[in-house]
Design a protein around this ligand. Structure first.
Ligand code: ADP
Length: 373
């Protein structure tokens, strides 16, 4: 029973036994052939030979037949032993070739399970096993990246929470020690920080849902111009307050797009809100929209602070802010663009940013496929 369990657990033993079965079946069929078919053929041959030689002299034919049989049996025995020895050699070679990489992958997966995400296995050859090793390494790489993102996210969130929390704490301590007066302005500063925390928590929830593709989209046919007008209406007052001029240049007869009105408005509000925030008073924001080769493109161009090329490639990453204090002062968490990117991509669209450089304004563009009727 123990032996059977051992055999069941080892590929090497299974391979060796399958070789033995083949050798056994081959040998048995050869023995049976030598025992039952060869003698009659031999006898016939011997009889015709005896006739030619003028009769069986002194039972020579019988001796010959007997010797021939013995020789065949000896040959079969030697051949079976040689085949078994070959099975042992080939079996151990093939086993090593198959089992070693599998054992290596098993060891590596245990190490990965222990948190060592830099583990990789050697990819040798071009067969299915090397494909498996390649897929294993790819999986390990993805796991390492996910783990790195998780660690970074926790660090970022902790960092984002620290500033408003320490600010609330110092105001509270000031109140307790009676260094700060218990009056509305003091409480307002606490309320401001609490509002920021609430926004951060809300953004984080949105981000987590957007990153896992869990934001349900209510897709309908939408006129892109309606989306822009709705967003403009919501922000016009704030533009007026800051004295930033908002102009529109929408092509007429834009094709409809398939979009979730609420979510696409959210994206436009984020881009327009940023344009307003990063454009000084007296500046301008220009929104254009046009259709081209089955796509609708909406751009939001400002003549504000601009973005340096080294930052441009990162601004869609979560928590990335070019000027942390400036963004924070405006209540920014550095997540808005990340969420917008996910939302646009969930609509099969594309979002991009360009800027000639600091102080020279920025342009954000969204491209979405036009609906086919
Ligand atoms: P935030 O909440 O900080 O604005 P976003 O994800 O919306 O976060 O933007 C990320 C960063 O990209 C901002 O902190 C800012 O540095 C930069 N940015 C976004 N829009 C503009 C813009 N129109 N002009 C200049 N910089 C911008």
């Amino acid at each position: 029973m123990k032996l059977m369990a051992k055999i069941r657990q080892r590929i090497g033993w299974k391979l060796f036994i399958s070789y033995l079965v083949i050798i056994l079946v081959g040998s048995i069929s050869l023995v049976l052939t030598a025992e039952f078919i060869a003698p009659s053929a031999l006898d016939r041959h011997m009889a015709s030979m005896a006739m030619l030689m003028g009769g069986d002299k002194g039972g020579m034919m019988g001796d010959l037949t007997e010797n021939f049989r013995r020789a065949i049996n000896e040959i079969l025995l030697i051949a079976t032993l040689a085949a078994t020895a070959t099975a042992v050699v080939v079996g151990s070679f093939v086993t090593r070739r198959i089992v070693s990489p599998i054992e290596e992958m098993t060891r590596a997966s245990h190490r990965i399970a222990d948190g060592r995400y830099d583990e990789r296995v050697l990819v040798v050859g071009e067969d299915e096993l090397s494909d498996l090793a390649g897929a294993f390494n790819q999986m390990a790489y993805t796991l390492a990246q996910t783990e790195e993102r998780r660690r970074q996210l926790i660090g970022d969130v902790a960092h984002e929470l620290r500033t408003p929390l320490s600010s609330i704490r110092s105001v509270m301590e000031g109140l307790i020690d009676e260094v700060l007066p218990a009056e509305p302005t003091t409480f307002l500063s606490v309320q401001h920080e609490v509002t920021r925390l609430q926004r951060l928590v809300h953004d984080l929830e949105e981000l987590s849902r957007a990153e896992t593709g869990q934001i349900p989209l209510e897709i309908e046919l939408v006129d892109p111009a309606d989306l822009v007008h709705a967003a403009v209406e919501r922000l016009q007052l704030q533009f007026d307050d800051k004295n930033v001029q908002l102009s529109l240049g929408l092509a007429s007869g834009l094709p409809q797009i398939q979009a979730d009105t609420g979510r696409m408005t959210q994206v436009l509000l984020n881009l327009m809100g940023n344009a307003l925030q990063y454009t000084p008073s007296g500046g301008q924001v220009f929104i254009r929209a046009w259709a081209d080769e089955g796509d609708v493109t909406i751009t939001i161009q400002d003549n504000g602070i601009g973005i340096a090329p080294e930052h441009l490639t990162h601004i869609f990453e979560r928590f990335y802010r070019v000027d942390k204090s400036r963004s924070r002062a405006g209540g920014g968490s550095g997540i808005g663009l990340t969420i917008s990117k996910h939302l646009v991509e969930a609509h099969n669209g594309h979002i991009a940013a360009t800027s000639p450089g600091p102080g020279q304004g920025s342009t954000f563009s969204i491209t979405l496929p036009a609906a086919v009727h």
